[in-house]
Ligand binder design. Structure first.
Ligand SMILES: C[S@@+](CC[C@H](N)C(=O)[O-])C[C@H]1O[C@@H](n2cnc3c(N)ncnc32)[C@H](O)[C@@H]1O
Length: 191
């Protein structure tokens, strides 16, 4: 059993807000997210997948932990909506078609930093050119993990301006009940 599956089975999931992230609601309110094909890697219990499915998005929710996806399936069924659910490793999974958008809510910080470059390549390949990456970069200000600290300068190196267009100004700050916070940034896939 994976580390993550064990966490969901024992219900030790301090990263789970129990509700839709205010970051997603903000992007929706601002019309930054347009209905289309959207991938949510490391979706967990999938509050955001459910919200987007309710709003008519074609959602693919991916996680390595089957128990998390079972929870999401129950929530989707109760709401009378649907989303594709994929139980796979984000470091190797490949979709049949690219996506218009990706909502990346703290899957990156769950991965060992030795795998971040591969994950960036996955995110790039999953998106169509011009597609949007809605990213939440976890800030822990401490060594080790998970969750691993995603320092913004390091993120700018990981997601280079030759491959990703960054927004002007500093990323917005999103609080988290676990005491950490995230930086929110909307990146555009170039090329
Ligand atoms: C910090 S949690 C965030 C979950 C959810 N996005 C949220 O905000 O509640 C990280 C998630 O990534 C998943 N995960 C970790 N490694 C993964 C991998 N290699 N492939 C796919 N999912 C992974 C975990 O099972 C977990 O659900």
């Amino acid at each position: 059993m994976s580390h993550w599956e064990e966490k969901y089975r024992t219900k030790v999931i301090p990263w789970d807000r129990g509700a839709v992230s205010p970051a997603l609601l903000g992007w929706l309110d601002d019309n930054e997210l347009q209905a289309g094909r959207i991938l949510i890697p490391g979706c967990g219990h999938g509050h955001e997948a459910l919200e987007l499915a309710r709003r008519g998005f074609q959602v693919t929710a991916l996680d390595i932990a089957p128990t998390a996806l079972t929870h999401l399936a129950t929530e989707l069924h109760a709401a009378g909506v649907d989303a594709e659910r994929v139980c796979a490793d984000a470091l190797t999974w490949q979709p049949a078609q690219p996506f218009d958008a990706i909502y990346e809510q703290t899957c990156l910080c769950a991965l060992d930093p030795n795998h971040w470059a591969v994950y960036e390549q996955q995110l790039f390949a999953w998106l169509r050119p011009g597609g949007k990456l809605f990213a939440l970069f976890m800030q822990t200000e401490r060594a080790g993990g998970p969750p691993y600290h995603c320092a913004v300068p390091e993120m700018r190196t990981l997601f280079p301006s030759t491959r990703w267009q960054w927004p002007a100004g500093e990323p917005g700050r999103v609080g988290h009940p676990n005491g950490f916070f995230e930086f929110a940034a909307e990146l555009t896939r170039l090329g």
